[in-house]
Design a protein around this ligand. Structure first.
Ligand SMILES: [Cu+2]
Length: 343
């Protein structure tokens, strides 16, 4: 009797599951705009020098820096009115991570531009270049890079970069006040996680400046929770990419930090079966954090519109119901027999 009604429920569950799977695939056939991935933090605002506006131009090759990879960083200083580089720039560059200084030195670009090649190794950073005694800084040969060997961008992370321009227009004259710029250089790590939902397994890929320790899929809440042992501080601007199978979850998506702080999210179809999500944290006003206390956490929550239908869940809960039922029956039988013993 129980067995028969059980089969009937299972058939219904399979049918409903199949129907919602069809509905699911037709509903996700909409186009999504191409989103430009943010490879580094927000560019620093231009600095004023008298009536001149001087902007720091920054780019890296490759655009997406992986931990331990050799990278060329180009730093230029542009007079925004003239739209050309200012000449003879001396600056101090300081790279720090988690509040700890990793590298600092002085550089000079006669043509207002400096190319730095960072080669990763385990030793502390050393500079290979020509030291210009007039400006008291390292200079590169025209067209070539100044080489920095050592552990500067060896680990994934958000590297705070401070550039202080101490001289401009001339090799040996110092500015009364340095022009300062601050920006983040992001160094990424690629990781892969197997996420399971009942008897299904999905592959989730992350490219993140924060080492991810865990990825958990909560089908009932339509959430994918990405967790890190490191702090994800909302005062840092950062960017990370998560590739999820469309079958597992599809958009529109939203993303937040665990304290509810909303994050930017852009969706790309990397291939027909995958969705590539670029999540960006925004620089927040420090005063907001002072009021609310430093709020940060270890998790990012990605909320989908559609998730994999729960048709195997129907069977699972049915099985659970049957298990409870048989336990109850067994208990009843047991109480009957014990009742028999009492009499
Ligand atoms: Cu010069």
């Amino acid at each position: 009797m129980i067995q028969l009604s059980g089969n009937g429920h299972a058939k219904t569950a399979v049918y409903v599951g199949f129907f919602s799977a069809l509905l699911f695939s037709t509903m996700t056939l909409f186009s999504v705009p191409e989103a430009a991935a943010q490879h580094h933090g927000a560019p620093p605002p231009p600095a004023s020098l008298g009536d001149r506006q001087v902007a720091l131009n920054f780019d890296s090759s490759p655009k997406v820096i992986s931990a331990g990879q050799t990278v060329v960083i180009n730093i230029g200083f542009e007079d925004l009115d003239k739209q050309q580089n200012v000449q003879h720039v001396t600056f101090r560059m300081e790279v720090s991570k988690d509040g700890k200084a990793i590298f600092t030195d002085f550089f000079h670009g006669h043509a207002g531009e400096v190319k730095l090649q960072f080669r990763s190794s385990n030793s502390s950073p050393t500079v290979n270049g020509n030291f210009d005694t007039l400006s008291g800084a390292w200079v590169g040969d025209p067209g070539s890079s100044i080489v920095v060997n050592g552990n500067v961008f060896s680990d994934p992370g958000i590297y705070k970069t401070l550039v202080e321009v101490t001289g401009i227009d001339n090799d040996k004259t110092d500015l009364p006040e340095p022009l300062t710029y601050e920006f983040n250089i992001l160094v990424f790590v690629s990781q892969s996680f197997e996420v399971s939902y009942q008897d299904m397994k999905f592959n989730v890929k992350t490219v993140s400046p924060i080492q991810i320790s865990e990825a958990d899929f909560m089908q009932d809440e339509k959430q994918l929770v990405i967790t890190s042992a490191d702090m994800i501080n909302r005062t840092n601007d950062f960017s990370l990419r998560i590739d999820v199978p469309k079958e597992m979850m599809s958009g529109p998506f939203t993303a937040t930090l665990e304290d509810g702080t909303e994050l930017g999210i852009a969706e790309n179809a990397s291939d027909p079966s995958m969705r590539s999500l670029v999540i960006t944290g925004r620089q927040h006003d420090a005063s907001i954090d002072m009021e609310g206390g430093m709020r940060h956490g270890h998790s990012i929550v990605i909320i989908a519109t559609n998730v994999v239908p729960e048709f195997p869940a129907g069977i699972a809960s049915l099985a659970a119901a049957l298990a409870i039922m048989s336990v109850t029956l067994a208990a009843k039988r047991h109480s009957f027999s014990s009742a028999g013993k009492t009499y």
